[in-house]
Design a protein around this ligand. Structure first.
Ligand code: SF4
Length: 162
């Protein structure tokens, strides 16, 4: 990974270098889940079905470098795409920064803790099924909860006291 500027995540999204852009991702894995669009209303429904390349135990892509070869329609997020799509979760770091909002306290760049995204209830780790096992997507529509700051703070306090 190239050089990252000090507190680069507070800089305008459009000014980030490629390594900074890549480092901004919180690793939640939610953009790797299938969505269903209602043909009548255009409404997007979330599911708990993951792309076949997503490691459901870590929320990491199992072949990020070669993913387009296996999943041709996998999107590489760009500023333009972030500004255009409606399906990125409200917690997504790219969405937040595109809206000029700060990263949450559980984001690893702020907390220094890669696991905080899971404790904040945002990560898909252990909560999704691979598309190779799922069956019909319509059976897997879910409401993903928003991150709860208090939950993360509470978990961190409990661990400190343990
Ligand atoms: S939803 Fe946003 S922050 Fe989460 S994994 Fe996808 S790009 Fe990264």
């Amino acid at each position: 990974m190239g050089e990252l500027r000090d507190r680069f995540w507070e800089l305008p999204l459009g000014t980030l270098t490629r390594p900074e852009w890549e480092a901004l991702c919180d690793g939640c894995g939610r953009c790797c889940l299938h969505k269903i669009e209602d043909a009548d209303t255009g409404e997007i429904h979330d599911t708990n079905v993951a792309c076949k390349l997503l490691d459901t135990g870590t929320a990491q892509c199992s072949d990020y470098r070669n993913r387009k070869a296996f999943v041709p329609d996998c999107l590489r997020l760009t500023l333009r795409i972030v500004e255009q799509v409606s399906w990125l979760p409200s917690t997504c770091a790219y969405r937040l920064r595109a809206d000029r909002r700060p990263l949450p306290d559980w984001h690893y760049l702020v907390s220094g803790d890669r696991d905080a995204v899971r404790r904040a209830g945002v990560s898909v780790v252990g909560r999704v099924v691979s598309e190779t096992d799922a069956g019909p997507l319509e059976h897997h529509i879910v409401d993903w909860p928003s991150a709860r700051r208090s939950r993360y703070a509470q978990a961190a306090e409990e661990e400190e006291g343990a």
